[in-house]
Design a binder for this molecule. Structure first.
Ligand code: AP5
Length: 214
């Protein structure tokens, strides 16, 4: 299992788990959200185009995000590397494009891990999430310091973790991304993981599922 898609509602722990897999299992963590936010922070042309979508909790249009991720894959030659795709694809159009772009280079997407989480826990986690303004490390609301344990910069809230935008992101997930569960299931690529439990427990569950498939 080398190229894996992480699916799930906002706040289900996709980024947290992808980060652990990158540190412990040598996966490259391709976080679409982090890439897009760095385009916005850098005030690039693409950043200006996508800023409003992200601020409102809407998906960036398929063609734009798909071209961007395809270019990123090509530039970083990710076809044969161990990669976790966190946040891409989010719609069937994007999933078809990702699978095809891999096929063209005789590569593949090997499975999709769906991390499930109930709405109440999503809202609770996102309303309390903190991130480092510098290195972007993510912390749970229970973290007891105001500063990042790595770069010692102040922790901040993500602008799209505002209550109304969280609600919108959940609605968008249900209306637009949930279809991907059936899409990957039909291809026998879907593996389901319950996102409740400590980050260590969830990590172990995902690792077990991936090892069973080897
Ligand atoms: P993105 O940044 O990907 O946001 P998201 O999908 O809403 O997911 P999150 O990053 O909010 O949550 P997560 O599942 O990674 O949870 P995390 O690990 O942080 O995308 C942002 C925006 O970009 C989108 O809204 C859209 O506009 C745009 N976009 C991105 N991709 C796109 C695409 N493909 N197409 C179009 N537009 C796109 O965990 C959340 C919190 O819970 C943290 O505080 C964490 O510490 C805590 N936590 C994690 N695990 C646990 C646990 N097991 N127990 C307790 N707490 C936990």
């Amino acid at each position: 299992m080398e190229r894996i898609v992480f699916l799930g509602p906002p706040g289900s722990g996709k980024g947290t788990q992808a980060e652990l897999f990158s540190k412990r299992e040598n996966f490259i963590h391709l976080s679409t959200g982090d890439l897009l936010r760095s385009e916005i922070e850098g005030k690039t042309g693409f950043g200006r185009i996508i800023k409003d979508y992200i601020g409102k909790g809407l998906l960036v249009p398929d063609e734009k995000i798909t071209d961007y991720i395809k270019n990123y894959i090509e530039k970083n030659d990710l076809y044969k590397k161990k990669v976790i795709f966190d946040g891409f694809p989010r719609r069937v159009f994007q999933a078809d494009a990702l699978i095809n772009v891999m096929k063209e280079k005789s590569s593949s997407i090997d499975c999709a891990i769906f991390i499930s989480l109930d709405d109440e826990t999503v809202i609770e986690r996102l309303s309390n999430r903190l991130v480092c303004g510098e290195c972007k490390k993510v912390y749970p609301g229970t973290y007891e310091d105001e500063y990042c344990s790595i770069c010692h910069k102040k922790l901040i809230r993500r602008t799209d973790d505002d209550a109304d935008v969280i609600k919108k992101r959940l609605d968008v997930y249900k209306a637009e991304t949930k279809d991907l569960i059936g899409y990957f299931e039909q291809k026998a690529m879907l593996r389901r993981i319950d996102g409740i439990g400590t980050t260590e427990k969830v990590f172990e569950k995902i690792k077990k599922v991936l090892n069973e498939d080897v």
